[in-house]
Design a protein around this ligand. Structure first.
Ligand code: PDD
Length: 296
């Protein structure tokens, strides 16, 4: 925690102090509370963002804020996110971590339990935590990871970054129990939409494929960054659906996400991908990503 802060001490470690923020107040994480009547708690009536830092600076903040505003708008939660970047910056400063993971959640607010929105306008609940960022071990990037497949049980508005994550959680738990890094979600037409908390890509004949934008996937910030880099590299990119069979027979597969970055996949269920090692296209894309992050 910064020497000039007057707040109480939170969960301190040599690396920094975990920070919480609730409705305008920074406080120790174990003291941060919201009402039992919060509609986020009662109905998952809220949205969230996860922002990571590079060199201590929040990455792609503008894109995260655009997505947050759009998620709020889709759920008709009247909140303007203009003030959020300053809160994030202050939280990162107070945390003092070399690299931080910032979680931001905005819910419709506190109201007696009724499904419909309350008649009187609510004050949305704004919550943030800042913790130490743990990116996946470098050996995972070097060796690649395995994934499992599972039906995509999510609703029809996956483009909204809603805090209602039960299908994602169940899919990730399945992966965890199988010793896999991620679960690829497969829709009713046997197409891969994305991962439970990552975007997914496959490479075939030097062409990169990823699901098109729309209500069946989250508009992942990392996906957007990688698409730009792939095009800059002169690699052909097609935003098209791919069947799970096409994923299994792909030359290369990789995942993308805020902490995952661009992660090679070398196994889907029992099927080895390519020669079982990260492929050249994935490696090029990852290098371009690292370079673009260093250049910021
Ligand atoms: N997950 N797809 C889904 C379903 C996600 O939940 C996420 C992010 C992504 C990748 O999006 P981005 O590049 O913006 O991180 C794709 C966040 C990080 C999470 O729930 O932890």
């Amino acid at each position: 925690m910064g020497a000039d802060t007057n707040d109480e001490t939170g969960s301190e470690s040599a690396a920094g102090t975990e920070v919480a923020y609730v409705n305008g107040v920074f406080l120790p994480i174990d003291r941060a509370v919201v009402s039992i009547d919060d509609r986020g708690f009662q109905f998952a009536d809220g949205v969230y963002e996860v922002v990571s830092t590079y060199g201590g600076r929040p990455y792609a903040m503008e894109a995260h804020m655009d997505r947050l505003q759009s998620s709020l708008q889709e759920l008709r939660i009247p909140y303007d996110v203009t003030g959020i970047p300053a809160i994030v910056t202050e939280g990162i400063r107070r945390g003092g971590f070399a690299e931080a993971l910032v979680y931001i959640q905005i819910t419709r607010g506190v109201a007696p339990w009724h499904h419909e929105f309350p008649r009187l306008p609510l004050q949305p609940t704004v919550v943030m935590t800042v913790k130490q960022l743990h990116r996946p071990d470098a050996t995972l990037h070097q060796k690649g990871v395995s994934v499992v497949t599972t039906p995509d049980l999510r609703w029809k508005r996956c483009d909204i970054k809603s805090i209602a994550l039960l299908p994602n959680i169940l899919a990730k738990q399945l992966a965890h129990e199988a010793g896999a890094y991620e679960a690829l979600l497969v829709d009713d037409q046997q197409r891969v939409t994305e991962g439970s908390s990552t975007s997914s890509f496959r490479v075939d004949g030097g062409v990169v494929f990823t699901s098109p934008p729309g209500p069946h996937i989250l508009p992942s910030i990392t996906r957007g960054v990688l698409i730009d880099l792939i095009r800059e590299l002169g690699i052909e990119l097609r935003e098209e659906f791919s069947s799970v069979a096409a994923y299994r027979s792909a030359d290369e597969v990789f995942l993308a996400g805020t902490t995952t970055e661009a992660m090679p996949v070398i196994r889907i269920d029992e099927t080895q991908i390519g020669d079982g090692a990260p492929g050249p296209v994935t490696r090029r894309i990852r290098q371009a990503f690292e370079k673009s992050v260093r250049a910021r």
